[in-house]
Design a protein around this ligand. Sequence first.
Ligand SMILES: NC(=O)N[C@@H](CC(=O)O)C(=O)O
Ligand SMILES: [Zn+2]
Ligand SMILES: [Zn+2]
Length: 442
Amino acid sequence: MSGTLITNARVLGGDPQDLLIDDGVIVALGAEAAAKAGEGAEVVDATGLIALPGLVDLHTHLREPGREDAETVDTGTKAAARGGFTAVHAMANTDPVADTAGVVEQVWRLGREAGHADVRPVGAVTIGLKGERLAELGAMAESAAGVRVFSDDGICVHDAMLMRRALEYVKAFDGVIAQHAQEPRLTQGAQMNEGELSGRLGLRGWPSVAEEAIVARDVLLAAHVGSRVHICHLSTRGSVEIVRLAKERGLPVTAEVTPHHLLLTDELVAGYDPRYKVNPPLRSAADVAALREALADGTIDIVATDHAPHPVEAKDCEWDAAAFGMLGLETALSVVQHTMVDTGLLDWAGVADRMSFAPARIGRCDTGERPHGRPVAAGEPANLTLIDPSTTTTVDPSTSASLSRNTPYEGMKLPGTVVATFLRGRPTHHTLQTHHTPGGQA
Ligand SMILES: NC(=O)N[C@@H](CC(=O)O)C(=O)O
Ligand SMILES: [Zn+2]
Ligand SMILES: [Zn+2]
């Protein structure tokens, strides 16, 4: 048999074993893998490496169409592959907005053509993200893109009646509304987390309650309608408490946290460096601790990057004028290792759940034609990520595959390297040496 034999990989952090992949599928694990590989198989020595299911991002800004100077589907998915992702959900706040079957199909098709990761377009909830009228949610769901996640991300669906209607509508095809929870009246002109520091720096504060008020309302609406709501980039301790209560009651709510909200705090804003300007804002150390704990105990379901590329001119300016957002795809796994694994809060099986199984389930891409977030088992698609957790790298934005450079981690030392990513058996990123078993071509 031909194929690729990955030797001594610690699958989900377990004991080392071999994996044989061929024709896009995991053929065998353990002793059976080497036996079946036979002569001529390509061998990847994964000694010391962790194997995870290909990561799935539920929240990525690819910027195409409209802002191809910041990112394209091609460059963004290249960055995704380098970060260990095999699927990304592309947010709808493009230009034109992804609010029709035509635009979501275009983004989906661009993803197929690029081939670095599967692109699952997110559809806008309202036409033009204007918050006035519902977009054609059904047509987007039925399109070739098969949209299941809908979001006006960047903007909150603040009209309670529209939110109710959206929840009612997507229930028919098991869709989910991903809410950017930000009460607009409480955050007008807001520039950073509201607290003692915002007062001292003279920047308009962004109170936690602006997020929590919407989280609470939407949890209640989802319960009332019996439809799924997902909370984007949850950032406060109070939001965690609301989601915890909702889950105790069995309500259909899920939530995500970004890598940056697991690591960085509002104190970084003191230097007025716009790299730290993001929506929602970096919060307090107490919030960070609550978010880590909630991700560990499952109150927060997943990590999502909110990869938000911006061109240099949008970030290399005064704080007030700068755009909100930071890169995330290439550093996500390292930040999660640093904040969750190396701290003992989560094991690698937990990382596989929070960054692959659970996001695929929420996005409903764990079944169907090209599924993701599947178990690492024989017969499953060979979507795999190999990580070397023993390395430490200094983050250098100039080496990024993204067209943008707005990483908040520049110069930071972070643990772990993604050494290979396989999309249905095909390497979309790899830095490993390979050789062949005797009998094959070297
Ligand atoms: N996160 C951000 O600060 N910015 C995002 C929008 C968003 O996720 O709300 C963007 O599109 O740039
Ligand atoms: Zn958002
Ligand atoms: Zn976003």
